[in-house]
Design a protein around this ligand. Structure first.
Ligand SMILES: Nc1ncnc2c1ncn2[C@@H]1O[C@H](COP(=O)(O)OP(=O)(O)OP(=O)(O)O)[C@@H](O)[C@H]1O
Ligand SMILES: [Mg+2]
Length: 233
């Protein structure tokens, strides 16, 4: 589904990604772990085309490095960035509709607005109020749901539980499970190790702009050395 080979990325003269290799198969949930500032978000941005990628990014067999973010989205790659960029002046419902692809009708894909409202009564209750009044957790839900409305085959979600209450964190974890159930391949950037280990089929650990460990959650559990060197603070 996604194959990243020798991916590099730069901000000005800073060489951030230094040869990232990863692959994600259909229906697989993969967690991308690592300490703050190691380049996890930059990896997502380079895959999406938000920062210029140097190297190869293949999605469904097609080279996407060099394509524009909207082109990448239109071929089925969904992205939920770290900052919850809702459209604050629009209602919850309008925000969800904006997630549809050009020409796509609500209900024609794997997810419908009705689905979202069934899953999250919070969003239903606030369907017709301005999104700016939603809580941080509700806004996180909304950005995830909006991306899902576009019916991606693969979704990258960057730190969805950051700053959320335990209750909202659980809701987000439930949605991640629901995404997994529908066999949508996922790259999950997550600081909370427990959630990542719970739902991921495989994990990548990043350090210094490269992948330094790859394995199953079980493998990582057995590697105190890797956790000490690259994850614990
Ligand atoms: N727009 C930018 N301009 C210059 N440097 C940047 C920019 N964005 C990120 N960086 C730098 O690139 C490095 C990697 O950042 P990135 O956002 O990918 O980290 P991260 O692993 O997602 O960590 P976190 O989300 O915890 O900050 C950091 O050193 C950061 O300071
Ligand atoms: Mg980040």
């Amino acid at each position: 589904m996604l194959e990243v080979t020798d991916l590099h990325a730069y901000y000005g003269k800073s060489h951030i990604l230094q040869g990232v290799n990863m692959n994600i198969q259909e229906g697989e949930i993969v967690a991308l772990l690592g300490r703050n500032g190691v380049g996890r978000s930059t990896t997502c941005k380079a895959i999406m085309g938000d920062v210029p990628p140097v190297g190869s990014v293949k999605f469904k067999g097609q080279e996407i490095a060099g394509k524009k973010p909207f082109e990448v989205a239109n071929i089925g790659l969904g992205y939920v960035p770290e900052n919850r960029d809702i459209f604050p002046g629009m209602t919850t419902r309008q925000n969800l509709i904006l997630g549809l692809k050009p020409g796509q009708k609500d209900g024609s894909g794997r997810w419908s607005m009705e689905n979202m409202f069934d899953l999250f009564s919070n969003l239903k209750e606030r369907a017709d109020v301005e999104a700016s009044v939603l809580s941080g957790g509700e806004q996180q839900m909304l950005t995830m749901c909006r991306t899902l409305m576009g019916d991606p085959d693969f979704i990258m979600i960057d730190e969805p539980t950051e700053g959320l209450s335990p209750q909202m964190t659980q809701r987000v974890a439930d949605l991640l499970q629901e995404i997994a159930k529908r066999k949508i391949a996922t790259l999950l950037v997550e600081q909370k190790l427990a959630i990542a280990m719970d739902i991921a089929d495989r994990v990548y650990v990043m350090g210094h702009g490269q992948v330094v460990f790859e394995g199953t959650p079980e493998d990582l559990r057995n590697r105190d050395d890797v956790r000490k060197e690259w994850l614990e603070v």
